[in-house]
Design a protein around this ligand. Structure first.
Ligand SMILES: Cc1cc2nc3c(=O)[nH]c(=O)nc-3n(C[C@H](O)[C@H](O)[C@H](O)COP(=O)(O)O)c2cc1C
Ligand code: SF4
Ligand code: SF4
Length: 392
């Protein structure tokens, strides 16, 4: 069912389109919820049940004879895989079958560069994203130099990226955290030209949410956060540490309705707050975007460590924020802690003083947060050094 809301958004099946402005190159996403690939499971037929997702990642597909033979061996020991004697034709038919469904990515493995380039050209023609699988740990694949073996040979992976990017396709790299130094990896991927890093935030003791923040603080890559997203709370953890999008794999099998639930909840959250992936406050473990919510630097707190990492002095910080706020409605704020909403907290932190100032200025919660988002971009553009490893 389709209807137009008062503010001009298109509402389909109770989900609002155009509510988010999320893009990576030519790929745009109607919302920040993705279905992650599961080999042998997530093909075009399976994906047809998840049209509401902002991104469906098909695959992983094996692009050449060697990786298909390896997949056959894996099937022999009970794993699920997609195999084909004509892998490129198979990939093409899968891209055809998903046309118009939603934004599509194809997660792929190969033992050499050429098949990746062919697959990238196909993805480009379909307006899809190519995703290099640098994540798979199955020995049959890593022995061929595919999957996680690529993480352990970053120069080789970067050479692939540079060559694949010559096709013009939007490129994602699926990684597993804590295999190598994730910040160095992400910076190398960005320098080589990748558009998206899709991080499985796996940690031997559970999930490493800090890896999302470390990568957010050290690159401008589009980040898809993955691992153990099972409800909106776990999705919000990823968003508030810097993920632009979250992806879900295993949970869709136990609860096929989870994608719709997440889309609906993140859409409501975005309608109410205007910044679905706003960071936690710096003192709550948030990434550097949260400098937009920081107080005047007048007390000893985590702000000073964050400023050091951003290469900004306390005086410069005051100047940058004040400069930005001038001629915006957040300049005002009589009665707030520091006399201006420039220094005020996130809208989700209850505060009657700020709410009073918002009311007096006629500013809605969403407008306030949109200004804070622009302020965060303004601050981060002025940092003086590339931020290196951010402690956990
Ligand atoms: C059965 C199965 C197959 C998978 N196959 C792939 C694959 O082909 N490519 C890939 O990048 N990740 C693959 N993954 C990893 C998932 O995409 C995801 O990173 C991982 O399961 C953690 O996310 P989750 O907690 O949402 O399941 C697979 C996972 C499962 C359970
Ligand atoms: S300045 Fe305020 S918001 Fe920022 S870290 Fe310090 S106490 Fe937290
Ligand atoms: S007035 Fe409220 S929102 Fe503003 S800085 Fe003080 S506690 Fe935070």
């Amino acid at each position: 069912m389709k209807e137009t809301t008062e503010d001009g958004y298109i509402r389909r099946n109770n989900v609002i389109d155009n509510l988010f402005d999320i893009k990576a190159g030519y790929a745009s996403f109607k919302n920040p919820i993705a279905l992650a690939s599961m080999a042998g499971i997530t093909d075009s037929k399976f994906a047809s049940g998840f049209k509401n997702a902002g991104l469906v990642i098909l695959g992983g597909y094996n692009l050449d004879e060697k990786t298909n033979d390896a997949a056959k061996k894996e099937i022999g020991r009970g794993r699920t895989e997609f195999v084909s004697d004509e892998p490129m034709e198979f990939l093409n038919s899968e891209l055809d079958a998903t046309k118009g469904m939603t934004t599509i990515a194809v997660n792929v493995r190969a033992a050499s560069l050429e098949p990746y380039k062919k697959a990238a050209n196909m993805a480009l023609e379909s307006g899809a994203i190519l995703e290099i699988n640098a994540h798979c740990r199955q020995p049959e694949m890593t022995e061929l130099g595919a999957g996680e073996a690529l993480l352990k040979d970053i120069p080789h992976l970067c050479e692939y990226i540079r060559e694949i990017k010559k096709t013009g396709a939007v490129l994602s790299v699926k990684t597993r955290a804590n295999v190598v130094n994730d910040v160095e990896l992400a910076q190398a991927l960005e320098k080589a030209g990748a558009d998206i890093i899709h991080i499985d935030a796996m940690h031997p003791q559970g999930i490493d949410i800090g890896v999302i923040r470390r990568v957010r603080n050290s690159t401008g890559l589009f980040i898809i956060g993955n691992n153990s997203v099972v409800d909106f709370e776990s999705a919000k953890e990823m968003f508030s540490h810097g993920a632009d999008m979250v992806s879900v794999a295993r949970a869709v099998r136990s609860n096929p309705g989870i994608i719709n639930q997440l889309v609906s909840e993140v859409s409501s959250f975005q309608s109410m707050t205007g910044w679905y992936n706003a960071p936690k406050h710096i003192c709550g473990g948030g990434d550097l975007r949260a400098l937009a919510f920081c107080c005047l630097p007048v007390k000893p707190c985590s702000l000073h460590g964050a400023l050091k990492q951003a290469g900004i002095s306390a005086e410069e910080f005051m100047k940058i924020k004040t400069e930005f706020a001038r001629k915006t409605p957040i300049e005002y704020g009589d009665g707030t802690c520091f006399g201006s909403m420039t220094w005020c907290c996130k809208i989700t932190k209850p505060c009657y003083l700020r709410d009073g100032a918002l009311e007096a200025s006629g500013l809605s919660d969403v407008e306030y947060m949109r200004i804070k988002k622009r302020l965060s971009e303004y601050i981060l553009k002025r940092r003086k050094m590339p931020v290196q490893t951010f402690s956990k």
